[in-house]
Ligand binder design. Structure first.
Ligand code: DQA
Length: 145
């Protein structure tokens, strides 16, 4: 089973960007942290600050992975293009936010992608990525039975 983990804009700055909100680990350290939880799930990682590149990776995942975990950063709140890409691929997608988007400024509690995702994990820090991979793996296994 293969899951692609996609991070959007500014998540390359993890470790230095608002560590009180997003933690002290760099993106590479976060990816290592996630990998440490999984032996039987193959993970690949992608980060971009560019909407089109994120959309390309979502589209390619339809042929290259069984599911996607995505933290689209601020694109969460307004990218109908990313929403359409998620809706277009025939594999499950889980939405992750490191922070609790419902406990911050108002615009962060709107997600234009939640409706086309299997589910959302928000507010559990980087452990949210682990939870999302576990949830997708469970969903995919159930579907295969
Ligand atoms: C975020 C929350 C977004 O509102 C913000 O723009 C991000 C990160 C999170 O992981 O908590 O870049 O998606």
């Amino acid at each position: 089973m293969k899951i692609r983990i996609i991070n959007g804009p500014n998540l390359n700055l993890l470790g230095t960007r608002k560590p009180d909100v997003y933690g002290h680990k760099s993106l590479d350290e976060v990816n290592e942290f996630i990998e440490g939880y999984f032996k039987r799930v193959e993970l690949d990682f992608f980060q971009s600050n560019h909407e089109g590149l994120i959309i390309d990776k979502i589209q390619q995942a339809a042929h290259e992975a069984d599911g996607i975990v995505i933290n689209p950063g601020a694109y969460t709140h307004y990218s109908y293009a990313i929403r359409d890409a998620i809706e277009a691929v025939d594999i499950p997608v889980a939405e992750v936010h490191i922070s609790n988007v419902h406990g911050r400024v108002d615009f962060r509690s709107t997600s234009v992608i939640s409706e086309v995702c299997s589910g959302t994990v928000s507010g559990f820090g980087i452990y949210g990525y682990v939870l999302a991979v576990q949830a997708l793996a469970h969903q995919l296994k159930r579907k295969a039975e």
